[in-house]
Design a protein around this ligand. Structure first.
Ligand code: SF4
Ligand code: SF4
Length: 452
């Protein structure tokens, strides 16, 4: 009998439960998008040092070729071409978070893999659940060589995360929460290719040299829970069914919900003996180790009332947001705001030529009806923002300090601990854009420290 390692209560204190709105895309199985005419691949799409280009303009590249790397940096990620093509002049591109980064532009040329071929290689076939014949270092090396980063949004290089820890880690939590409203890419992945998720989880555990794996899934995804449970049969992977709540997908809150362990402010999951990795990352690990395939594609959800036909798509990294939206029938007449990510933590943007990066799991298009129309008024000191802040901060005070440029006070109130989840702004009856003020305050603190 399996030892029960799911020792948490299945939820965490505070947080919110906004309308889920998963219905737009939850029933759309993953489709593969045809190869675009061009991809623009940012050299900084992960946490750590930017990669350096290994290719020159006019050079021909093949699908899966290594095009950028940074061997000198301890934390960085390799980047590969997702298409057959010819490298163009180096470009500067802007990401939805406003950062300007160098990018490699590749124009498609020659025969490309068809939709069916890509589906078969990246999603189809049988996935082994045995690690016999591998050694842990070989698995870690394959993950490093494939350029895998956390695909849940953090984009932290996975080979660094699973490398032997100085601090003792005893449990891998695989994050299948997808707690952001609207987004369904992880849900579909667990439903459509559960064996790939389980294969990747077993390989990651093997590379880390630990015993325990728990997959945390919120109860609003019953089909995913059933599919993962069935696929995990015969392994000692446990499934933790969690109460649906936002922001449960954040590492610290997931650890609390699953294991009842605390990760203090300023500490990492490893300090609580845990590593957390997303379900999508697990599928990339399985492809890298069992099929020798680098991270060139990912699943992304294109959704919301502002999209004609919401879908879950397997797409090449570097494709433009505009092409993804066009493939989903374009924008509806009522479309008002495009977000990279979901409505709680996503970034609003307007330039549809921006490229999709490894860490982007969704595009949400909100309608005019979805947007709040009320103007911000003054704080009524109701304390609701404090009641919901999952980081136990005082959002109203943080926002006032940041708004008045009192950075010392903002630091005293621990502005750095804000994860920008948006719970406070969501409940604020005065409609104060608390997160915007906090974001600006954090940026000012970073700028003032960089100047010194
Ligand atoms: S202060 Fe930060 S962490 Fe707290 S609710 Fe607001 S956005 Fe979330
Ligand atoms: S929720 Fe809004 S109005 Fe209430 S205390 Fe916080 S900032 Fe003030």
């Amino acid at each position: 009998m399996k030892k029960n390692i799911f020792s948490g209560s299945g939820t965490f204190p505070k947080g919110i439960h906004p309308p889920e709105r998963k219905h737009f895309s939850a029933d759309a199985p993953i489709e593969v998008i045809p190869t675009p005419k061009e991809v623009v691949i940012p050299l900084q799409q992960h946490i750590g040092a930017p990669s350096k280009p290994l290719v020159k303009p006019k050079q021909t590249v093949e699908y899966g070729d290594l095009i950028a790397d940074n061997k000198d940096a301890p934390i960085s990620a390799k980047i590969h071409s997702p298409i057959f093509g010819v490298v163009q002049k180096m470009a500067i591109t802007t990401l939805p978070n406003g950062r300007h980064v160098q990018a490699i532009r590749i124009k498609a040329e020659g025969r490309q893999f068809t939709v069916d071929e890509n589906y078969r290689e990246l999603m189809g076939g049988r996935w082994s659940k045995s690690v016999v014949g591998y050694d842990p270092d070989e698995v870690t090396r394959a993950i490093h060589d494939a350029g895998i980063v956390g695909l849940g949004g953090a984009a932290f290089p996975t080979h660094v995360k699973i490398a032997p820890y100085k601090k003792k880690v005893d449990t891998l939590i695989v994050n299948g929460c997808e707690c952001e409203p609207y987004l369904t890419a992880d849900d579909r992945l667990m439903r459509d290719i559960p064996d790939t998720v389980i294969s990747g989880a077993l390989l990651s555990r093997f590379a880390m040299g630990i015993e325990n794996i728990i997959i945390g899934i919120e109860e609003n995804k019953p089909e995913a829970i059933a599919a993962i449970r069935k696929s995990a049969q015969g392994t000692n992977i446990q499934i933790a069914v969690l109460k649906t709540k936002y922001p449960q997908g954040s590492e610290k809150h997931l650890i609390k919900a699953v294991l009842n362990r605390e990760v203090p402010l300023g500490c990492l999951p490893a300090d609580a003996g845990v590593a957390v990795s997303n379900v999508t990352t697990m599928t990339a690990v399985a492809r890298a180790v069992f099929r020798g395939m680098p991270l060139t594609h990912r699943v992304v959800c294109v959704t919301g009332g502002g999209i004609v036909q919401p879908k879950n798509l397997l797409v090449p990294i570097g494709i433009s947001y505009g092409e993804l939206i066009d493939f989903c029938g374009g924008l509806t007449q009522n479309a008002a705001r495009i977000l990279s990510g979901g409505p709680m933590m996503g970034f609003s943007f307007a330039d549809l030529s921006m490229p999709l990066t490894k860490g982007t799991g969704g595009i949400t298009v909100l309608t005019h009806d979805d947007l709040r129309k009320e103007a911000a008024t003054t704080c009524v000191r109701c304390g609701r923002c404090v009641d919901v802040c999952p980081m136990n901060l005082i959002p109203a005070r943080l926002a006032v300090a940041a708004r008045h440029g009192n950075l010392a006070l903002a630091e005293k109130y621990k502005i750095g601990g804000c994860m920008e989840c948006g719970c406070c702004a969501y409940v604020c009856p005065a409609h104060i854009p608390l997160v915007q003020f906090i974001r600006v305050g954090k940026a000012q603190i970073i700028a003032s420290k960089t100047k010194k």
